[in-house]
Design a protein around this ligand. Sequence first.
Ligand code: SAM
Ligand code: DTB
Ligand code: SF4
Length: 335
Amino acid sequence: MLDSTLVTTATPTQPAIRHDWTLDEIESIYAAPLSDLIFRAQQTHRAWHRADEVQGCVLLSIKTGGCPEDCGYCPQSAHYQTGVARAELVDLEEMTEAARRARAQGATRFCMGAAWRDVPDGQPFARVLEMVRAVRGLGMEACCTLGMLTDDQAEALAEAGLTAYNHNLDTAPEFYGEIITTRTYDDRLATLARVRAAGVTVCCGGIIGMGESRRVRCGLLRQLATLDPHPENVPINLLVRVSGTPLGDLPPEDPIELVRTIASARILMPASTVRLSAGRLSLSDEAQALCFVAGANSVFLGDRLLTTPNPGADRDAQLFEKLGLRLQEQSPPTT
Ligand code: SAM
Ligand code: DTB
Ligand code: SF4
């Protein structure tokens, strides 16, 4: 049997963490011959992470649909007819049950998403804070994605024990206006700065497959990799094409572009967790395997993302077994 230390031991040289990547450098990393790109990504990955370990996260939509923003990819925007049923903020019991199921599936992080432009104060926010405490009490990391935040809200979330806040830049600044018109790139950056200032870790990434060029994908990577510190978690979503949204009829993206995006993210942000996020259902096992080899070390578990389907426990158990991957170890509950 293969000695597991051969597979998991990090190489001694950790490449320096840089925040000054140029677009030219990123484009040449991204466009290298695939085997060179993956070789470099693997070297980086092994210097910073266990190569056989994947973080398991589970998502729950805590408030669904009817969002006033016009994000062109999103089934929850009130601007488009997508058939997503609207639902008000879930109650604490329902959310806690979902978090218990997530834990039973092996998740170490529970992520709560709300279709809000920004977070309403008062009763809804008080309930979100209780949800964060409940997740922490179950021994999992808690992540929220609730739209734009005030300083006070970011601090209250930090005090409740929030581990991470997800807020994606989605794409490069020059392409952003083609996808979203109801808020600016600078709004996104300002929210990220508030999260950082409150001491909550940052989960920030984007989407590929929205009709953007390679240069735009590299521009997104540059935005992420020049944040200082880097986002601790970088979700790379492959567009889930939802009919009724403006992007619903786009042709599918070549999975190799996803692999290149992940490998480049791994090289540019060596210490970060890179998540192979939305879109796994449209990928073959082989394409997912390449994403892990390229340095992805986190996924969403479970049969649902926020409103769209995800592979689910049985399929993932088979995939991880086949690839020799295991889920990150869980912490004991504290309550
Ligand atoms: N409303 C909050 C916000 O936008 O910040 C939080 C929820 S929103 C659904 C979280 C992220 O999911 C978006 O920023 C986007 O990157 C991703 N997302 C939404 N719809 C998607 C889709 N159809 N395919 C891939 N990613 C998607
Ligand atoms: C992220 O980057 N991807 C997740 C999470 N952060 C919130 C959401 C994906 C949503 C896919 C479409 C849906 O299920 O509604
Ligand atoms: Fe609303 Fe978030 Fe969807 Fe944009 S991505 S429409 S902000 S739920």
